[in-house]
Design a binder for this molecule. Structure first.
Ligand SMILES: [Zn+2]
Length: 175
């Protein structure tokens, strides 16, 4: 479902893929913003191209050192084997984008950090990239949005800033 972003349509547009691989693989889809996009079809078709020799493995196993590093520090382990080398397990790296993030945009974050960010910002676009540390295979897996705008909260119980009466009973007993 593509929802016209209400205010800033250019919110969180990643200028360059921080995972640093050739963006030809993603055929420009990375640019458009919508709620939740699954890239598994593109992945399958790319893997088919590799299997048939139409695309060389050197073209798809091009993870940047930054992406490999990000997988070490922020990566989420999976139990899925790499589709290219079939030896290593894949790691998922979550990259965040959004105007509100300012200088943090384009950085990798762990899932725990994402959960925290989701309560602090209204809208964050998250790009999930899978990477193999063995052969450097990498591919965009999914894109979704998190943030306060997306928290399915039942009209949060209003907690009017508990204004504790701090007016101390002043020791005015100056007698
Ligand atoms: Zn691999």
């Amino acid at each position: 479902m593509i929802r016209e972003s209400d205010k800033s349509s250019k919110a969180g547009k990643p200028g360059a893929n921080p995972w640093g691989s050739s963006d030809s693989k993603y055929s420009g889809n990375v640019q458009s913003i919508s709620a939740d996009v699954d890239y598994s079809l593109q992945r399958q078709s790319l893997l088919r191209d590799v299997a048939f020799g139409r695309v060389g493995t050197h073209e798809v196993c091009d993870a940047s050192p930054y992406l490999i590093n990000a997988s070490r520090f922020h990566g989420e382990a999976t139990t899925r084997r790499c589709p290219i080398c079939r030896r290593e397990y894949l790691w998922l790296v979550h990259y965040i984008f959004g105007d509100e993030l300012r200088s943090s945009a384009g950085q990798a974050r762990s899932q725990a950090e994402l959960a925290m960010l989701a309560t602090s910002y209204r809208h964050i676009d998250v790009y999930v990239v899978e990477v193999c540390r063995g052969c450097s295979w990498n591919h965009l897996v999914r894109r979704f949005a998190v943030g306060r705008d997306y928290l399915a909260q039942p009209a949060a119980a209003s907690t009017p800033s508990a204004s504790r009466d701090t007016s101390r009973p002043g020791r005015t007993g100056t007698n």
